[in-house]
Design a protein around this ligand. Structure first.
Ligand SMILES: [Zn+2]
Length: 141
């Protein structure tokens, strides 16, 4: 019972701070994308970049408010490193996620060990897929 509850909490967390977009829960590393058949994947932390930006924005406002209230420099500048540490901690605590280069579909449920053979994001591979898509569009026109 508690196990079920944990699972639904995890799902909610995925929706709030996880990467947006459609995702599939898998248990085994796929050889090809289950959505488009592409063979190239990359892995990254399942963490929305906008969360980090929001934290920086909050820290900036907090710094400004503390400065306005006349606190000493240590108190004034304390929100920045605190939020930075919090942001990094969240980033590293989040489970890894597998992403298809071609259709950008997210695959959740794999561990760091499952993803050992998968490389991090590679702009060159990404561009190859983007370029191919562009070519196809141009050929159709
Ligand atoms: Zn795909």
């Amino acid at each position: 019972m508690t196990n079920l509850k944990n699972k639904s909490n995890q799902h909610l967390l995925d929706q709030v701070i996880g990467l947006p977009g459609p995702s599939t829960l898998i248990q085994q590393l796929p050889t090809i994308c289950l959505e488009c058949g592409c063979k190239d994947f990359y892995k990254q932390s399942d963490f929305r970049r906008s969360i980090g930006l929001t934290l920086v924005a909050i820290a900036s406002v907090a710094t400004f408010v503390l400065m306005y209230m006349g606190y000493n420099w240590f108190v004034v500048w304390s929100p920045m490193p605190l939020f930075l540490v919090f942001d990094r901690a969240l980033y590293y605590l989040r489970p890894p996620i597998l992403i298809c280069y071609k259709c950008k579909h997210n695959f959740r449920g794999l561990t760091e060990k499952d993803l050992e053979s998968i490389e991090a994001f590679d702009l060159e591979i990404h561009d190859r897929y983007e370029f191919q898509e562009e070519l196809k569009k141009n050929n159709n026109n």
